[in-house]
Design a protein around this ligand. Structure first.
Ligand code: ATP
Ligand code: LTN
Length: 329
């Protein structure tokens, strides 16, 4: 029996190279070794206001990215969070276990509520981490591959699982995060001190997986570097380090190999080649995405939801049972 793995991405904004290299690419490597569940977390997306029509098309687009990147629906379960009612249901049950003290420590709410102010932010945004705990615990997930920014949410999930097990009876598996550190954090092309982000103010911050080749070339050529003319890898040279990381992850060449390739050459040559490396990766991905019909996507999501529903509904029954809830079986 393989261990269960769970992860998800919100269907918001433009998916970018950071999301691919930091999340999806690792998932592909993990799907052979685990019983993997990859979720499109639309209930998380609505913790900030979304346009309904756009949200639905983003859900389909993200599913296309999962599939075109190489997540195999035969090996892994791909589904949409809101298609499986257990996520919202378990989140409510866990809300009664989570304490205000746990929640007030969460830094993501502080970050994401600064724009609107906490007074005007939704209760859902505050409760986001509990819904994420529900996603994970619903499937007895053992391992959760996420970026460094999700560390605190994994800790909360572990706390809630342990607290529930102690208060009632052993019900939940206490999951472990598989947290990628250095190298997997892709920084903004216009500002290498901040991570590449789909909510960045300038489109020169990121390379979207939907960018056309010429847009990609332009963005790479405009990427900030520093005043040193040579191409070397060092922590003090954040911008160059970031470009080298992208080059290496997409070309499967080692950093040392790339550095020696550009000895005696300048940023002009380096960036031109890097742009082609990125285009050579993104064009075929886009072709694979376009080759998937809406019917393909719908069928895969329907089958995924059925499998997720089967597992999660059993868990919900067990949880309600130990909590003394409900009368009918
Ligand atoms: P935001 O625009 O709010 O910053 P995001 O781009 O971080 O959003 P999420 O949906 O929060 O997108 O993240 C999806 C996944 O992609 C997560 O696992 C996250 O850690 C990863 N990820 C996001 N940005 C990067 C990045 N720049 N480098 C590496 N991984 C990233
Ligand atoms: N919060 C995560 C997305 C997410 C997730 C999950 C990841 C929602 N539920 C469960 C792993 C497991 C993010 O923003 N990256």
């Amino acid at each position: 029996m393989k261990e269960r793995l769970f992860s998800g991405i919100q269907p918001t904004g433009n998916l970018h190279l950071g999301n691919y290299l930091g999340a999806v690419k690792n998932w592909i490597a993990l799907q052979d070794d685990y019983d993997a569940f990859f979720c499109v977390v639309d209930l998380h997306a609505i913790t900030l206001p979304q346009d309904p029509e756009q949200l639905r098309s983003k859900i389909v687009e993200l599913t296309r990215v999962y599939l075109a990147s190489g997540i195999d629906p035969v090996k892994s379960t791909i589904f949409v969070q809101s298609d499986v009612s257990g996520h919202a249901e378990l989140a409510w049950l866990l809300n009664t276990i989570a304490r205000m003290g746990d929640m007030e420590k969460m830094t993501q709410f502080k970050d994401k509520s600064t724009k609107e102010g906490s007074e005007r932010s939704s209760v859902g945004l505050f409760d986001y981490p509990v819904l994420m705990a529900a996603d994970i615990l619903l499937y007895d997930s053992e391992i959760v591959p996420v970026g460094d920014d999700q560390r605190q949410h994994i800790e909360l999930t572990r706390t809630l699982a342990r607290r529930f097990n102690e208060r009632f009876e052993e019900t939940f598996v206490v999951p472990k995060g598989d947290i990628r550190e250095e190298g997997m954090r892709i920084m903004g092309l216009d500002d290498p001190t901040k991570k590449m982000s789909k909510s960045a103010s300038s489109e020169y911050n990121y390379i979207a997986l939907s960018d056309a080749p010429d847009v990609i070339r332009k963005k790479i050529m405009k990427a900030v570097t520093d005043s040193e003319p040579t191409i070397t890898y060092s922590d003090d040279r954040a911008a160059v380090k970031n470009l080298l990381t992208i080059y290496s992850l997409l070309s499967e060449k080692s950093i040392t190999e790339i550095v020696s390739l550009y000895e005696g050459k300048g940023f002009g040559d380096f960036k031109k080649d890097l742009a082609e490396v990125v285009v050579d990766f993104i064009l075929p991905l886009q072709e694979r995405m376009n080759a998937l019909t809406d019917a393909d996507v719908e069928l895969i999501l329907t089958q995924g939801a059925q499998k997720a529903e089967m597992i999660s509904s059993k868990k919900i029954r067990a949880v309600k049972n130990v909590m003394g809830l409900g009368v009918t079986k």
